[in-house]
Design a protein around this ligand. Structure first.
Ligand code: DLL
Length: 430
């Protein structure tokens, strides 16, 4: 099903023409800010030099640091009186990143969310529980207005009070839920402990943090729904940048609104289609805060141009990590998503884990605290030693790194209502 068939299926020359037209408009809009006046001058390029999509490579990059330097409103391209909403997201250090929206931006954003929801078969017959933070986090209001736009019955449940959330799902007959994958797992645990099977739930929309295919399998089994990956970032409005269709093999980017490239994060060179690297996005319709070649820090690759059975255009692969959360441990690069993938494939492992990195006598040590699953937790020392060895071996095989594994009782590690913080790096800069 399509919300906006013309825009969702636009391809080839027609798409390129639209993108270049919108890109020129965005460059003009960005040129209203001091940052881009300086940057374009330094790069020796003016909006008029950009005639084809290949010319985009001549444009300067924008990073999170630039947004922080402009804190709070330095990157706004419209007078503050035209900004009708502000969201923020965490910065790399100190102050948060501020994002502004005009009325048209809010309209564009809910259109994109409406496309996502319609694409996976949701509509006015659905009852939608939006179990994410409704404050400055873009997941709350972003999905709320998109869901209302297509006529769903929206329950703005926000986060917290998990037992009440479960009662609402049951009492209101909720058919679709949106939350972080970590919170979905927690909901599943609590529902099981309450003896609730949540039969009305059919669709789960999960995003805002990396999650693996094994996590998808687990959520689908325990919550009895079909789980879809949703990608976005506050700098690009929020959720709604890319989303899985029913094929669930990669996420469709809304190419009429976002121009995407994949670059080598070390050199900034553009990579060939299919190569994995950092996703760089130039929004094409943002009014209040236009950005040029924004470096997302997210690692993905562009998938085959054609070939999705749903009829929409090019997709990106699910985000496999960030170029800046990559851990270098004893010279070996480790992505937290790799650890998660290994752990979730082992039946002995329960729902939560925590990774600690320390420097002991100048050597990096990684310790993983792992909650055991209820079924495998017998408390017998012999069993524990066997399971510990099995997990260490699996981790070593995948990561190429020896890790200390500490097993803990089921349900004893902290739960996260929002984004999980599972990696604690205690090495400092020493
Ligand atoms: O997390 C927006 C969002 C809300 C997306 C709800 C999806 C659902 P930020 O707080 O600015 O915005 O964080 C953006 O989160 O650069 C990624 O590193 C990560 N991220 C978001 N979605 C996914 C995903 C929202 N599906 C940052 N898979 C991004 C992996 C994701 N990582």
């Amino acid at each position: 099903m399509f919300w906006n068939r013309a825009m969702e299926t636009i391809r080839g020359d027609e798409l390129a023409d639209l993108q270049i037209k919108r890109l020129k408009w965005s460059l003009h809009q960005a040129g209203k800010t001091g940052l881009y006046q300086r940057r374009m001058k330094e790069a020796g390029v003016s909006p008029d030099d950009i005639k084809t999509l290949e010319d985009v490579e001549r444009l300067p990059f924008t990073t999170k640091k630039d947004l922080q330097a402009g804190y709070p409103f330095g990157l706004f391209a419209v007078p503050l009186k035209e900004v009708v909403r502000i969201h923020t997201t965490s910065g790399t250090t100190g102050k948060p990143t501020v994002v502004g929206y005009t009325r048209q931006d809010l309209e564009n954003w809910s259109e994109l969310i409406a496309r996502n929801m319609t694409m996976i078969g949701l509509g006015e017959d659905d009852i939608f529980q939006n179990a994410v933070n409704y404050g400055l986090f873009t997941g709350g209001l972003g999905f709320h207005y998109g869901a209302e736009k297509i006529g769903m019955t929206v329950i703005p449940s926000a986060t917290g009070n998990t037992r009440r959330q479960i009662e609402m799902i049951e009492d209101f007959g909720v058919t679709a839920i949106h939350c972080t994958p970590s919170y979905a797992l927690h909901l599943a645990e609590v529902a099981e402990s309450m003896g609730k099977s949540l039969d009305t739930l059919k669709t789960g929309i999960f995003g805002a943090e990396p999650w693996s295919e094994s996590m998808r399998g687990e959520l689908e089994r325990r919550l009895g729904l079909k789980a879809y990956d949703s990608y976005g970032l506050s700098e690009m409005y929020g959720p709604g940048v890319a989303f899985e269709c029913p094929e669930r093999d990669g996420l469709h980017i809304w190419h009429d609104s976002y121009l995407v490239e994949v670059i080598d994060p070390a050199t900034g060179e553009r990579l060939d289609p299919g190569e994995r690297g950092e996703l760089v996005i130039t929004p094409l319709v943002k009014e209040a805060m236009p950005l040029i070649r924004y470096r997302t820090g997210d690692i993905t690759r562009l998938m085959d141009e054609d070939g999705c059975a749903c009829g929409r255009g090019q997709k990106i692969e699910r985000i496999t990590g960030r170029c800046d959360d990559m851990l270098v441990i004893r010279g070996i690069n480790v992505f937290p998503s790799q650890i998660e993938h290994v752990l979730r494939s082992l039946p002995e492992v329960g729902d939560q884990f925590m990774v600690y990195i320390d420097r002991v006598k100048h050597l990096d040590e990684m310790t993983i605290e792992i909650e055991m699953s209820k079924v495998s937790f017998s408390g017998e020392l012999q069993d524990l030693a066997r399971i510990q060895k099995k997990i260490s071996t699996e981790l070593q095989n995948t990561l190429g790194l020896r890790t200390a594994v500490r097993l803990v009782e089921p349900a004893s590690l902290p739960r996260f209502e929002g984004k999980a913080r599972r990696v604690i790096d205690r090495r400092g800069n020493a």
